[in-house]
Design a protein around this ligand. Structure first.
Ligand code: GAP
Length: 536
């Protein structure tokens, strides 16, 4: 599947639109259309159902070291600025960017690649933002143009060494920027904090500066004690939250994959330090299985354990659940979810304001009152186990997923094409979205074969009986073949058709989106049949 086919279908069928499109759009922001909003809501609801509400704390789930409880939270997007100082986001949540003085464009330092080339006595580094297979072709074109050569002179170019990231290049004077025509137009890399800033209250000064949260996680850490005190949960337990997060990404790209406003589905799982390694393995495997169960296929989905040098300073283990999105080069994967063993870093930071001196020397900085800038809350966020009489700071396992990335992966995976005969028997291409029935925007569509002979009345009756339980669609306009195609393109797994036989014996046909198999059931059995099919 080509990505532009999916992007076109998403627009045509109302899954995704560019935000503020009538004003030319706003980079990194996306709106979910009538179908998209249902898809994403189903992703969120499947996650919340499977991780929180359907979780039974009386039964030890497969692979878990013991039973555990799950609870939820819905915390604010804007929080006390001290939260971000203690979490490390204030000092450490940045990317490096380089500017191009000539093209007036900005790039993420680690996302520009290129190769050294020699031609007509000049050696220079050709940089590109392109991905995968497009890179070499684009670099060749630009190197030739820079030297004033034509395509037929490509043999004069002597490409040297492999493709490397700009982060490995010291000499920017010889770099031809991704959109530049001359050498040396890129600035030195500089830090760029990804948090969006705003102000709370009427006065816009340093004191009133606040931030839009870049992750939902901190809302759960700072409420750890509130959850303990207001419920009967005991460790081990998890807090779950779904909500918007904001990051001022330097180069938002690849449809919704890297957006500036997006939704996260995060769990903070609190456990005793002695069992945290087992809980980490449990969550890593459980979260991976969740994607498989909802239809992401084996070879495009992988679980990748981070190497020791990739781990955050506080983490003893992190794994990414990754998907081979079609916009990535062959063999490359993009992160869907990170599962991290965070130790006691977060609770301790919010208690003591203690950040690792190696990564955050600013912890010693003082404000105008002589108070450490990164001071914690001073509240006791430890846990007392009444049975063992032990007091300890819990360890945290954090499965952190992106709802938009998951929705995008489900869209990519669902996109399918085959050939079916049209109403005249001529083979025609069919596009269908093979969503798992739990994720499909509509679970079923109900059609009268024709708009006469009492068929619409029977179809409406079936629709009305299904509607309170399932999101179903009624359609009586145009030829039935066209109605099927429309439902196929929005991924409706089942279509129920009322025809002449229905009027004689009360049976209707049920059509399966993927196999095109049709079978007859009595019209009164439709709710039970759809229930059976959707939960199969
Ligand atoms: N609390 C940990 C945390 O936020 P992260 O790896 O930065 O970890 C977790 O983000 C997930 O959020 C990612 O795996 C991804 O699915 C999603 N995510 C992060 N940045 C995103 C962006 N700019 N656009 C869309 N989704 C994003």
């Amino acid at each position: 599947m080509q990505m532009d086919q999916l992007v076109a279908l998403c627009k045509r069928r109302g899954f995704l639109f560019q935000s503020s499109e009538i004003y030319g759009g706003l980079s990194g922001f996306w709106d979910y259309g009538p179908m998209g909003v249902e898809l994403k809501r189903n992703v969120r609801e499947a996650w919340w159902h499977d991780m929180v509400t359907a979780h039974n704390e009386m039964i030890t789930p497969d692979g878990a070291p013991s039973t555990y409880e799950m609870t939820g939270l819905d915390t604010t997007i804007i929080m006390h600025p001290q939260v971000w100082k203690c979490s490390g986001h204030f000092d450490l949540f940045h990317d490096y960017l380089v500017d191009c003085r000539e093209a007036k464009r900005r790039y993420r330092h680690d996302q520009v690649f290129g190769r050294w080339v020699e031609g007509r006595g000049q050696k220079f580094f050709v940089a590109t933002e392109k991905l995968g297979d497009q890179r070499q072709e684009e670099m060749q074109h630009r190197a030739l143009k820079f030297l004033g050569l034509r395509a037929k002179n490509a043999g004069e170019l002597d490409w040297q060494g492999p493709m490397v990231c700009l982060t490995g290049i010291d000499d920017f004077a010889s770099v031809l920027g991704p959109d530049a025509k001359t050498l040396g137009t890129l600035t030195e890399p500089r830090e760029f904090n990804l948090m969006f800033e705003t102000h709370t209250g009427a006065i816009r000064d340093q004191e009133s500066k606040t931030f839009l949260r870049p992750e939902t996680a901190q809302g759960m850490f700072v409420n750890f004690k509130n959850v303990l005190d207001s419920t009967r949960v005991k460790i081990p337990f998890g807090i779950a939250q779904i909500g918007k997060s904001f990051r001022n990404e330097i180069t938002p790209r690849n449809f919704t994959f890297r957006s500036r406003e997006f939704e996260q589905m995060e769990i903070e799982f609190f456990c005793h330090p002695s069992t945290s390694a087992q809980w980490y393995t449990y969550w890593r495997d459980r979260r991976f299985r969740w994607y498989v169960e909802l239809g992401l296929s084996g070879d495009r989905l992988r679980l990748r354990d981070h190497d020791a040098d990739e781990l955050s300073h506080y983490s003893t283990g992190t794994a990414d659940i990754e998907y081979a999105f079609p916009f990535m080069a062959e063999g490359e994967f993009g992160e869907l979810e990170g599962v991290a063993h965070r130790g006691d870093f977060d609770l301790r930071s919010h208690m003591e304001g203690k950040l690792d001196p190696k990564t955050c020397p600013l912890q010693l900085e003082k404000d105008e009152h002589g108070q450490p800038l990164h001071r914690g809350s001073g509240r006791d966020l430890s846990y007392f186990d009444a049975e063992t009489k032990e007091r300890f700071t819990p360890h945290v396992i954090e499965p952190s997923a992106g709802a938009d990335r998951a929705a995008l992966a489900f869209l990519c995976e669902a996109f399918s094409e085959d050939e079916v005969p049209d109403e005249h028997g001529k083979p025609t291409k069919r596009t269908f979205m093979k969503f798992h029935p739990r994720l499909a925007p509509y679970k079923a569509a109900v059609f009268p074969l024709v708009r006469k002979d009492g068929m619409p009345e029977v179809a409406r009756e079936i629709y009305t009986r299904l509607k309170p339980r399932f999101n179903v669609f009624y359609d009586e306009k145009s030829a039935v073949g066209r109605r099927y195609r429309r439902q196929d393109e929005i991924g409706t797994p089942f279509c129920i058709t009322v025809d002449g036989q229905t009027l004689a014996d009360g049976t209707v046909t049920v059509r399966d989106r993927d196999t095109l198999r049709q079978w007859r059931i009595h019209k009164d059995a439709c709710p039970a049949e759809i229930e059976r099919l959707v939960s199969a």
